[in-house]
Every structure is written in C-alpha cells, then in structure tokens.
Design a protein around this ligand. Structure first.
Ligand SMILES: *Cc1c(COP(=O)(O)O)cnc(C)c1O
Length: 390
C-alpha cells in the first residue's frame, strides 16, 4: 500500500515542493503529523488559520452551519453572507462586497470592477492597471499578469493585456507611468510573497492623493495583510489611507476558502446582474466561519495584542545569532538572515518541530493571531536552536 507521500507523488500534479511531513491534526498553534510528531506553527497555513487550528468557537460555528444548510445558489438570499458583508462594511466604512473563494479571485473581481467603472465613464480604451514590481496578486492568468515579477510571466502565453509595472516607493516612476489609458493602481501595502517589504507610508499617502485627483482607482490587495494580521483590521488603516477597493482572503475565513472584493461608495453600483459571479461564492458554511473570525479579531483588545505579540517576537528574534534585521507590522514578520539559505533553514526548523515559511531570502512568520505566549516562546526556542546549528 502506498503512503500519503507516495500517493501524492503518483496522483497529484507536482505544482508544489513539499516538506516531508503529512499533518494529521492540530489545536491552537500545535499540530501533529501522521507519526505523532509534534510541531509548533508560526505560519497559519500561509496566513490562513488566523485563529490557529480548530479553535472551539470557529469549529462550532462552521459545524452548526454545515448541519443547518451547507450551500444555496446565489439566486437565493443567504443570511450568513449578508451578515458578513454588513459587518465588514460597518467596520471599515466601505459600501459593498463581492464574494469569491480565493485571493486571486478577489483580485480578479477588483480588476473587473475597476475596468468596468472606467469603461462606463470613459470608454473602452481607459483600461490599464499599474502594479508594483515585486508584487504578488495570484495565479490566474490575469492575476499573474498583474504580478510585477518576470518569473511569473512565462509558459502560459498570451497573458492578459493592460498591465504596467513600476518600482515601489518611487512617486516619479508612478507619475511617469500614468497615461490617459490608466484606470487603476493595484498594490500590496506590505509585499508579502515579495519579501515582507513594507511600503513607505509617505509614498502610499501621496499615491492615493495623486490617484484620487485623477480619478484613477486605488486597489489595495489585503489578501495577506488583511483580517487583523498587521494589528489593525486592515493594513490601510495603519497607513491611514482609504483605497477605492480592497481585497481580502487568506485569514478572514479562519481556514475555509473565501475571497472578498470590497468597494467604497463611488463604485458600489458599478457591477450589475451577470457581470460577475461564482458558484461557491458566499457559501454559508464559509461565511459562518468568517463571521466568527471577524467578530473575534475586530475587538480593539484583540488587535492591540496582535501588535504587542509581534513586538515581543521582534525583540527576541533580533537578539538571535544569524539575524540581520526584522521587517514587521503586527504579526506579519520577515526575518533577514546574515547568511544561510532561508529555505534550508525553514526545512531544518520543520525537522526540529517548528513550522515556519519563507519569503524570497527571508524567513517569514504569520503566526495564528491568538497564539499564546507559551507557544511563541517554544517556537522561538526552536528557531534559535536551529539558527545556531546553521
Ligand atoms: C496569497 C496571495 C494572493 C493569492 O491568493 P490565493 O488565495 O492563493 O488565490 C494574492 N495576493 C496576495 C497579496 C497574496 O498574499
């Protein structure tokens, strides 16, 4: 009989390099593999299990909903989806939500909203979207196009037209790239996959001001930074700007697939029946989980703990051998190493019982937002030991 790894190799397309571990169960920030070995987790999947593994209230919300009504088509009203949309709009001061199932889909929706707004107002030619070099916006053909990294622009030609790329933190470059065809700028405020690059606050504020004046829409991709990760509900609140559209996915479902595109007053009526949709979007089980997550993480005490836990981790990590610098906002943490390959070190950490991820040449932590002090200390002990071995 084949084991999990052998079956995976034989029957699953090899789109991922995996660690040699098959996870079986988890609680909080602790998981166990098929052999019973224990791991402490500072990755949350990739920023997905925002309340850790199998948090009691989340499990209850999801299982009760699964036992009540598990799906309905989008031709019916769904109370869980309406509640989630209302909550999100009320908490952020935004106006309307469109539901999907992933970060890439949320960004696709944002791109469609931006292009339709511009089409309705200025005609078909004003359709170009500027994104930043080193960004990451997803794996569909259009969001690969939006992603400002050449390595992603391969194999799958032809890519979607209408994207231009500029360096982050360079207002001149942005101003020079804008033409009368530009309809939007799309950016992450912290480039997650790109190496936890925190954009300059001044730049972000100037960019929003500049775009507002030209009726160029600002789309903030909060797929990774959203849902409490940076110590505010959304990172744009840390940067003190209000985009026209933001997208959120990963952490907001607490472990179930969801992607939301959220727009402000100006765009709330751009999309009309049959301009967008997806079968599984606004699924009641997923929304029940997300409602639970949002209730929990939106409390000011909870968010301030996200920041204080992040600060605690930063201070301890900075004292470790082999660490050059830490890039951090809330519990979104990139660790610059003096030397050594981040992927090798992450693999050694996993062997030593710490689940940690990488971003370019950095180690990256996206711990469960409710991780305990004990779990943090255990994780940091393993990291320190692993860095010493390196
Ligand atoms: C992960 C990520 C995406 C893609 O999300 P998927 O759910 O994998 O489609 C898009 N943008 C950012 C910033 C991300 O971190």
């Amino acid at each position: 009989m084949m084991n999990t790894k052998e079956k995976d190799s034989q029957y699953i397309m090899h789109t991922y390099g995996r660690y040699n571990v098959a996870l079986k169960s988890g609680k909080g920030a602790t998981a166990y593999d098929e052999d019973g070995k224990k791991y402490v987790d500072v990755a949350s999947g990739i920023g997905v299990n925002s309340l850790g593994w199998c948090e009691d209230g989340w499990v209850k919300a999801v299982s009760e909903q699964a036992n009540t009504i598990q799906h309905m088509s989008n031709y019916f009203y769904c109370p869980q989806a309406s509640n989630l949309a209302e909550k999100l709009c009320t908490l952020t001061g935004f106006s309307k939500v469109c539901f999907g199932n992933s970060g890439a889909e949320a960004n696709e929706c944002a791109i469609k909203v931006a292009r339709k707004y511009s089409f309705d107002k200025y005609g078909a030619d004003r359709n170009e979207i500027i994104t930043l070099n080193n960004s990451f916006h997803g794996r569909t053909v259009t969001t690969l196009s939006a992603t400002g990294q050449d390595v992603f622009h391969n194999y799958f030609f032809p890519f979607t037209q209408g994207f231009a790329y500029v360096d982050a933190n360079d207002m001149n470059a942005l101003e020079n790239a804008v033409t009368d065809k530009t309809c939007a700028v799309m950016l992450e405020l912290i480039q997650g996959e790109g190496g936890v690059n925190i954009l300059d606050k001044d730049y972000v504020q100037s960019l929003v001001k500049f775009c507002n004046e030209k009726d160029i829409l600002v789309i903030v991709d909060e797929v990774q930074t959203g849902a409490g990760r940076t110590g505010k509900l959304f990172a744009f609140q840390n940067f003190e700007v209000k985009p026209d559209i933001f997208t959120v996915a990963k952490g907001i479902g607490g472990g179930l697939p969801i992607g939301l595109c959220v727009c402000g007053e100006k765009l709330k009526d751009v999309m009309s029946p049959s301009t967008h949709g997806t079968t599984f979007g606004a699924n009641p089980v997923v929304c029940a989980g997300a409602n639970y997550v949002l209730d929990k993480i939106s409390k000011p005490e909870f968010l301030s703990e996200v920041e204080s836990k992040g600060k605690y981790i930063e201070e301890k990590v900075l004292k470790m051998d082999g660490v050059k610098a830490v890039r951090r906002m809330g519990l979104m943490i990139g660790i610059e190493l003096k030397d050594g390959d981040a992927h090798d070190i992450a693999a050694k950490c996993v062997e030593n019982g710490l689940i940690i991820i990488t971003a370019k040449s950095l180690l990256r932590m996206l711990p469960p937002l409710n991780i305990t002090k004990e779990e943090i200390d255990l994780a940091l002990d393993i990291l320190e030991k692993t860095l010493k071995e390196n």
